[in-house]
Design a protein around this ligand. Sequence first.
Ligand code: CA
Length: 380
Amino acid sequence: MIDLVCESGIYTYKFKDISMKRREFVYGAAGIAALAACQEKEQNNSSNDQQSFSWKMVTTWPPNFPGLGTGANNVAKYIESLSGGRIKIQVYAGGELIPPLEVFDAVSSGTAELGHGGSYYWRSKSEAMQFFTCVPFGLNTHEMNAWLYYGGGLELWQEAYRPFNLEPFPAGNTGVQMGGWFNKKINNMEDFRGLKIRMPGLGGEVVRMAGGISVALPGSEIFTALQTGVIDATEWVGPYNDLSFGLDKVAKYYYYPGWHEPGPTLECMVNLDAYNSLPDDLKSIIKVACQAVNMDMTAEYNARNSIALKQIIDDKTVEVIPYPKEVLKELKSLSREVINNLASRDPLVAKVWRSYENFLNNSRHWQQISEQAYIDTTEL
Ligand code: CA
């Protein structure tokens, strides 16, 4: 039995234990044709290896935005360095090339090859998009990564994005966020009635169902809106980002946990035509760079949030308090109602939610007897 092996442009016949280079052994016309095909393939690979790409990345984040913006910059930096400069990327903050909330359309149309943002910003395209960032009372950071990489979540995300000419990658996670800054205490569900709160996504829908008023505001306007009473409360991210916005100067109470964003995944989206034009090694580099940032961002937030939280507590100007259990129970019940309503109207939401909910139900017991049980030993 003879195996025909193509290595480095040289066609080799392997006959059991004996190996002969083609130059030593020509096997008729078929062998010559195979040699030509082999050499052409090697030349193509070689020219792809040398081809370089100059790409643009648009983001939803303000310029030099710590944490989330750092993540976007790191995706670009890692792709450039891992590819040895074969992909060069110019990063644009929100508003520099296009408005922040036009990232999805810009990458879909090819105006930019890459985008960094959060899939829940694109709910006008499909309500299903929100599930790939976070769901109120849904998966935490560990579980999101498990669902996306090993539970079928990323395949569903691809199914949702590919009709828009986009390839999605998880590319950052803040960890569980904080529940928000308030100027009055939340003792029961009645306290949500008429409350004007900045809370995006499905969490905002839940607040509306509770009788509150969910206000959409970009991050840059939150401080002034809370200071002047345009809003009564706001969520943002966590101690690190919230402190840099000065929210501790304009609110009395800092509530936890962030039930509305238990482990939000950020995204890097790639224009599908641009992605498909890459040789396989560069495709792998994009995937690995995004995975690196997905891990790195959580580590950065955990490190910096701990320090910022200590500062908030030491300053003693703000009370850091938990939501009452009964309030969380009601909010959870409303969250499921919001999601079930969406699933009943939209087949893609129903499909994604089936996968997500099934994963959550299976995962939660393990989380309880592993991460949670371990953290509980802190009190011993
Ligand atoms: Ca948030």
